[in-house]
Design a protein around this ligand. Structure first.
Ligand SMILES: Cc1ncc(C[n+]2csc(CCOP(=O)(O)OP(=O)(O)O)c2C)c(N)n1
Ligand code: SF4
Length: 286
């Protein structure tokens, strides 16, 4: 039986009191307990940012990547061992700024990875610069007169890039977020979970209170197989101000790892290392 304390390193995060990262951290641990996945049963790849401070406090098989690069690392892990569950934990800057290219290509390849994006609409660790999801008019360290660029919508981007599971959660609703993380993990394919994460220090527009006034949950009448409806729901926030939470889209599609003849039956990590004459390979390329 996996318990919450199995993931404890004895250290506490250095997040500001009230940071939404606490709620996401709790939901991740709840989900792992529900899934009965212990510290050695999955791999966690972190980006760089406030969110990734979780790395220090989370007893598991962890990698801290370069900023923007957790997805290539996670994809590599899946290619080598396609039986291993892989979670990626990163911020909106990491996921959609420096790592934006990786986001698109991991989605279209449909690697079986669960991607949890801490979307606080700021580069928080570096003290509050504009990120790709900062709203027009936000006053930030890098745009003191207000952001003039249009923000990226992580959900419509994920849908059009080909993510096979697209969902949105809220760090202030840990029970619902736990359920979404469980479902994202159970989905076979690239699962994008954009989590609205209040940053109490920099984001004074989208706070716990304003989110609570705007969020609502997609109900049983919503069909997550309908991609056009998913686009419409994903644009609702910018069009009406209401913020739907839940699974916007889910499809069954072959994952990249299973399209490769070499790994269809047996993971690379379980295959014998045949002696390869590297010299002939090197000579061929010289
Ligand atoms: C390659 C590289 N570029 C830039 C940085 C500087 N840097 C560190 S964290 C960060 C932004 C973090 O923002 P985000 O990913 O949204 O996470 P948050 O801190 O908001 O949780 C940046 C730009 C870096 N460490 N490495
Ligand atoms: S700066 Fe924002 S994101 Fe970073 S720890 Fe503080 S509240 Fe959280």
């Amino acid at each position: 039986m996996v318990t919450q304390t199995d993931f404890s390193t004895g250290r506490l995060p250095t997040w500001c009191p009230g940071c939404g990262d606490f709620g996401i951290w709790a939901a991740i641990k709840n989900a792992l307990v529900k899934l009965n996945l212990g510290p050695a049963d999955a791999v966690f790849v972190f980006g760089i940012g406030c969110n990734s401070n979780m790395y220090d406090c989370f007893q598991a098989v962890n990698f801290e990547s370069l900023h923007g690069r957790p997805l290539p690392l996670a994809s590599g892990i899946r290619l080598v061992n396609n039986k291993l569950p892989v979670f990626v934990i990163a911020g909106d800057g990491d996921a959609l700024g420096e790592g934006g290219n990786h986001f698109i290509h991991t989605a279209r390849r449909n690697h079986d990875i669960t991607y949890i994006i801490h979307d606080n609409q700021y580069y928080a660790l570096t003290t509050g610069q504009t990120s790709p999801t900062s709203f027009c008019g936000f006053k930030t360290k890098s745009d003191p007169d207000g952001v003039i660029e249009n923000p990226l919508n992580p959900l419509t981007l994920a849908l059009s890039a080909g993510a096979s599971f697209v969902a949105r959660g809220f760090a202030g609703d840990i029970t619902h977020l736990t359920d979404l993380i469980v479902k994202a993990h159970n989905h076979k394919g690239f699962s994008v979970l954009d989590v609205l994460q209040p940053c109490v220090t920099f984001n004074h527009v989208n706070t716990y209170q304003t989110y609570r006034e705007k969020v609502y949950k997609l109900d049983a009448g919503y069909n997550p197989k309908d991609k056009m409806q998913a686009y419409a729901k994903a644009m609702e926030w910018e069009q009406t101000g209401k913020i739907p939470l839940g699974i916007f889209y889910e499809e069954e599609r072959q994952i990249y790892e299973e399209t490769m003849e070499q790994t269809q039956k047996v993971s690379l990590v379980q295959q014998p290392l045949n002696p390869i004459d590297l010299n002939s390979l090197i000579n061929e390329t010289l």
